[in-house]
Design a protein. Structure first.
Length: 247
């Protein structure tokens, strides 16, 4: 039996709350457990959830929600300092526009999702750059999140694992764990057709691939993106690994 900590913490008031620890890296180390967590928003934590989060020692949250989204759920743990790194949501508005036009289908929804990931790179690299600047300031244990904790947070988590030297296939596996851990909000975007809601209520390998295709198109490859887009030169990469990898 494995004596590793649980990766998924099944909190009552938060969905998809997971640990990025325990993944092997190219230099033979493992990502540290209980340092970096990912989740949906923290505005509905129960008293027992708050006790769990406090026991984990989390003191910082990095919130990718847009300005209006943040009003819908304030972090329920008073000890946590929240750092806003806004990436405004675009998917639901784009879907509703296509619905008004009469052109909304599940394949269209999938492509809108893929394009949102491309736009993380095209238009929101500054928010991910700010995240890494905070990570280098040693805020751990910490949690990163957005509203659902699967797209903006999923892409950010993939970037963190890449920066630490985790293999592409392991990064993809971690990303797809969302489909096992995420609890969909049945009231969210309830005006959209069911097949469209299914498309946006899960993650697909093609979504993450679209984001990294944009990385290649804009920067050449992931290493260049980390260096030039996220400002992680060799000293910064070494510092990240020293902090977030087991020795």
């Amino acid at each position: 039996m494995s004596d590793s900590p649980a990766r998924h913490l099944n909190l009552q008031g938060a969905s998809n709350f997971r640990d990025l620890g325990g993944y092997p890296t190219a230099d033979g180390r493992l990502t540290r457990w209980r340092q970096i967590f990912r989740s949906n928003h923290l505005g509905q934590l129960t008293p027992s959830d708050v006790a769990v989060v406090r026991e984990l020692g989390i003191r910082s949250a990095f919130d990718f929600r847009g300005v209006e989204e943040r009003t819908g759920g304030v972090c329920g743990v008073s000890e946590i300092t929240v750092h806003s790194l806004p990436i405004e949501p675009t998917v639901v508005a784009a879907l509703r526009e296509r619905m008004v036009q009469g052109t909304l289908t599940a394949p269209v929804a999938l492509e809108i999702m893929r394009d949102s990931y491309r736009n993380y790179v095209r238009h929101n690299t500054h928010s991910f750059r700010a995240l890494f600047a905070h990570l280098l300031e040693d805020h751990a244990p910490l949690v990163i999140h957005c509203t659902a904790g699967k797209d903006r947070t999923g892409f950010a988590s993939a970037l963190i694992l890449h920066a630490l030297g985790v293999a592409d296939e392991v990064v993809a596996e971690d990303y797809l764990l969302t489909n096992h851990c995420y609890r969909r909000d049945s009231s969210s975007a309830s005006d959209l057709p069911d097949d469209v809601r299914d498309a946006i209520g899960a993650v697909e390998a093609s979504y993450l691939a679209a984001g990294f295709d944009a990385v290649s198109a804009e920067y050449g490859d992931i290493e260049a993106y980390l260096r030039d887009g996220l400002k992680l030169g060799s000293p910064e990469r070494s510092a990240l690994k020293a902090r977030y990898l087991q020795s």
